[in-house]
Design a protein around this ligand. Structure first.
Ligand code: GDP
Ligand code: MN
Length: 379
């Protein structure tokens, strides 16, 4: 789950990190009122689940409330990486002397959280990693002990010369790590962490990505979910208990089990196709789940063929067959469906599908090749 910057800021602030005050608004009137209350120059920032807002024109400085209003008119409603801006954050503008990067991620290689810092902040950290990797400094954190003071100090010395700033940055790193753990995050990032001309160290941007599996035991964090800014298909899938991720291809995939779903996507690519999605309908699939799955897949206009790949274990293939038949009666599918199923109640499933005019395959390669071919012919 992604958090908005203003939500991440308040969690960082609660952890003790210096963050400029600010307020969220959805209309130019509100923005002007907040700017007037703050007084002086402000920054107006698009609140969408995307980075690179600055480059996209979604972060603008305003000298006075009238200018803040004009920026709000431009930013509210604009699209950044396909997301429509519905809210902006208005905060006092900071004077920047330097911009650094500080982030905590889960690192699969070391199987630990890793804290990463760079004096080359403000820009995309991926770009720094690609062009000047020597400017990135990392420490793997032992979760039993957390980020230790000497580790944080060592990293902070890579950012600053001034001892006061080094100490402040080290404290912020430890606070950021605690916020990361508290939120059940897979990523916590401050970019930029700035110094002001007066020597303060302040977080000007905040990004938190929360691991969905952590939400059950963190009601306070789960309550921050902003459904309006998530893809409607992903919201519907989550509510129906399906794991769905939209991709760029044209072969819609409907599979039971995450492993089989990934193997299916690999095979689609192997035969020269591109999967339109990852979709795992889960272990025990009721017909209703299949109907929801088909509704979600067909909503994506890029989908030119749909591939079912069902391995019946706990999942009963006749349940899936009934779901397919019911779905095709209640919604207009608009593209060919290729069905491969094998396992529990296979013979019953095949009968159900035949009765409704569908052919059912048992060979996975054959089914995938057919789905890829049909998508190519329709494209
Ligand atoms: P991002 O582009 O989505 O990462 O959004 P950021 O919040 O990081 O803002 C992008 C850039 O805008 C920052 O790197 C700063 O250079 C600049 N910026 C943001 N807030 C302020 C501010 O209060 N004062 C000044 N002078 N620049 C700011
Ligand atoms: Mn940023």
């Amino acid at each position: 789950m992604n958090l908005h910057e203003y939500q991440a800021r308040s969690l960082l602030k609660a952890a003790g990190i210096p963050v400029p005050d600010g307020d969220v608004a959805a209309t130019p009137d509100e923005v002007e009122a907040i700017a007037r209350r703050i007084g002086g120059a402000v920054v107006v920032k698009a609140q969408v689940h995307a980075g690179g807002r600055g480059k996209a024109g979604g972060v603008k400085l305003a000298a006075d409330p009238a200018e803040a209003r004009r920026h709000a008119q431009a930013i509210l409603g604009m699209q950044i990486k396909g997301l429509i801006v519905e809210k902006v954050l208005v905060a006092p503008a900071a004077d920047i002397a330097s911009e650094s990067y500080v982030g905590v991620i889960i690192d699969r290689a070391s199987q630990r959280p890793v804290i990463m810092v760079s004096p080359a902040g403000g820009v995309d950290i991926e770009e720094v990693a690609a062009k000047t990797p020597e400017k990135i400094f990392k420490v793997a954190i032992d979760p039993r002990f957390g980020l230790l003071p000497h580790q944080a100090m060592g990293l902070a010395f890579e950012l600053y010369r001034d001892l006061g700033q080094v100490r402040r940055a080290a404290t912020i790193m430890q606070q950021l790590y605690r916020a990361f753990v508290h939120a059940g995050a897979s990523l916590a990032e401050i970019n930029p962490l700035i110094t002001t001309p007066g020597g303060e160290v302040v977080a000007l941007d905040a990004k938190l990505v929360v691991d969905d599996n952590e939400l059950d035991r963190r009601a306070d964090i789960a309550a921050l979910r902003d459904v309006s800014s998530e893809a409607p298909s992903e919201v519907e899938a989550r509510e129906a208990g399906l794991s769905y991720i939209q991709l760029d291809g044209n072969v819609g995939c409907c599979v039971n089990g995450a492993g089989l779903a990934m193997a299916t996507m690999d095979l689609v690519k192997h035969y020269g196709g591109e999967p339109a999605n990852f979709l795992d309908i889960g272990g025990s699939s009721s017909p209703e789940k299949v109907i929801t799955a088909l509704r979600i897949i067909t909503r994506d206009p890029k989908v030119k063929s749909i591939l079912f790949n069902i391995f019946g274990g706990i999942t009963r293939t006749d349940d899936v067959a009934n779901g397919i038949v019911a779905a095709t009666r209640s919604i207009a599918i608009g593209c060919p469906i290729v069905i491969r199923l094998t396992g529990t109640n296979e013979a019953i499933a095949v009968d159900i599908l035949r009765g409704a005019g569908f052919e059912a395959l048992t060979d996975m390669d054959e089914a995938v090749q057919q789905a890829v071919k049909l998508a190519r012919e329709a494209a």
